[in-house]
Design a protein around this ligand. Structure first.
Ligand code: PNW
Length: 486
């Protein structure tokens, strides 16, 4: 009797699961980024980027790997689009290599061959019913602009605006979704803080904040240019994208741990989201950096001050929220750290860890905690009220050559079913999901040692042969069913 009712219950739950469908407003897709997949680094007039410089200096990337050829999508984009079409996805997120369009980053010389490459890619996508989601900047800054100070130079906002205008003009008639800057937080932390990404600067106490300040100003400039000069005729949507984990308080019943978790949100996604979605930096960040700067002997705060004019200009420069989510962390309160060399981590002043029971991927920072995405989507909806959310990245890394990627399927199944719950049960308006990533590719400082693709790429083969992993076959069935399948 008991056995029968358990069976009945199980069948009912399974039936309910299968019935739960992604709504018509939701579109599946995959993602990638120019430097990570294109190759063709010195072809057809492309200029040099900071990543070319970085990888060509030994010691920066595992095995001194480079993106010179990468997944060779510069030549194989038609094959990539054929795969997308076979998967049945409706969105493809890719980025434009700034130095492919403007070789030295400035608008005096526009490289038509670069524009043609992206026009051809878009044409190919549209012929297959796939809509482009375009990132203007995914970390490949023209070297000339780095020579002027890169993201530490306040004028970068004007350079970025000029570049954005060129791209909107050339590609805008075919594009409805724009992401200005991919994860400024990662660029500022890894590129200008820890020095593990290009341009390799270690400025942990102030460079990160200066980079954040200029990234936000640059994003706002690109948004306003679109709004004023293109929106009426092109009718697209623009935002920046923000990476965030879900942050749990270590002890649920501790108000201090809750405070520490809130603070961690404000110092990480909040640093970038607050100016854009609410106006100005989060108050807790303003207060803490000012306070520690003073104790360190500064006569000013290491966090740059936005003028009222800047706050008004930046506030509201979004048409949707673009979220990159990979993982969760646990946050614990701690007493104030003593004054020593200034860093953003001491400013934040919390202790973070992960739950040892969470599965760990090939990337040490990436553990799997599927419920985190549902919490985070609800948090974003409530806190920023963005109207629409697109998950522009979510994915899992495995070892090279692994085609039976069971851990990736488990991860994606967990995250997608929590996203589905957030949409159907909680009413969060998630309209798209571009899985990171379509192809195995150049994983920045990790080179080719970690693979995020649902499609395997053979980097030892000059043809860069593409092979479906189990996760790609599974994702194809999900896209078809518009539901979580086994
Ligand atoms: C993203 N984190 O970066 C980037 O946008 C991609 O280019 C990259 O390939 C992908 O993630 C996988 O690494 C992130 O620590 C880097 O939470 C770090 C984190 C998240 C995203």
């Amino acid at each position: 009797m008991l056995g029968k009712s358990i069976l009945f219950l199980t069948l009912t739950i399974l039936g309910a699961l299968a019935d739960k469908k992604f709504p018509d407003t939701f579109r599946f897709g995959t993602a990638g980024a120019s430097y990570q997949i294109e190759g063709g680094w010195n072809e057809d007039g492309r200029g040099v980027s900071i990543w070319d410089t970085f990888v060509h200096t030994p010691g920066h990337v595992k095995n001194n790997a480079t993106g010179d050829v990468a997944s060779d999508s510069y030549h194989k984009y038609k094959e990539d689009v054929a795969i997308l079409a076979d998967l049945g996805v409706k969105l493809y997120r890719f980025s434009i290599a700034w130095p492919r369009i403007l070789p030295d980053g400035t608008p005096y010389k526009v490289n038509q061959a670069g524009i043609d490459y992206y026009l051809n890619l878009i044409k190919e996508l549209q012929a297959n019913g796939i809509e482009p989601v375009i990132t203007l900047y995914h970390w490949d800054l023209p070297q000339h602009l780095e020579d002027l100070g890169g993201w530490l130079n306040p004028q970068i906002a004007d350079y970025f605006g000029d570049y954005a205008r060129v791209v909107y003009k050339a590609l805008g008639p075919y594009v409805k979704y724009w992401v200005t800057i991919n994860e400024p937080g990662t660029t500022c932390t890894c590129g200008y803080g820890q020095g593990i990404h290009a341009p390799g600067k270690s400025l942990v106490g102030d460079g990160i904040y200066t980079c954040a300040y200029n990234s936000i100003r640059a994003h706002a400039k690109a948004y306003r240019i679109y709004e004023e000069e293109f929106k009426k005729t092109q009718g697209g949507k623009v935002t920046l994208n923000i990476a965030s984990s879900w942050y749990y308080p270590k002890d649920n019943s501790s108000s201090l741990d809750q405070l520490a978790a809130d603070r961690t949100f404000e110092f990480n996604p909040g640093l970038y989201a607050n100016p854009v979605f609410k106006g100005n930096w989060p108050q807790i960040v303003i207060d803490r950096v000012a306070n520690r700067s003073k104790l360190e002997g500064y006569s000013f705060s290491r966090l740059p001050v936005f003028t009222q004019e800047e706050i008004d200009y930046i506030n509201g420069t979004f048409d949707f929220f673009a979220l990159n989510i990979y993982t969760s962390s646990i946050v614990e309160y701690t007493d104030e750290w003593p004054i020593s060399q200034p860093t953003v981590w001491l400013d934040q002043g919390t202790i973070t860890s992960v739950d040892p029971s969470w599965p760990v991927s090939e990337s040490s920072w990436l553990t799997s905690d599927p419920p985190g995405v549902r919490y985070l989507l609800n948090y974003i909806q409530e806190k920023y009220n963005p109207g629409e959310i697109i998950i522009t990245e979510n994915g899992w890394s495995t070892v090279p050559g692994e085609l039976t990627d069971t851990s990736r399927v488990a991860y994606l199944k967990g995250y997608l079913s929590n996203i589905l719950d957030a949409i159907v049960d909680d009413g969060v308006n998630v309209t798209g999901y571009t899985l990171w990533s379509l192809l195995d590719n150049f994983e920045w400082a990790e080179g080719y040692t970690q693979r995020f693709g649902i499609i395997s790429v053979d980097f030892d083969d000059a043809n860069r042969t593409r092979t479906y992993k189990d996760s790609a076959k599974w994702y194809k069935r999900v896209v078809e069913a518009r539901a979580i399948v086994d």
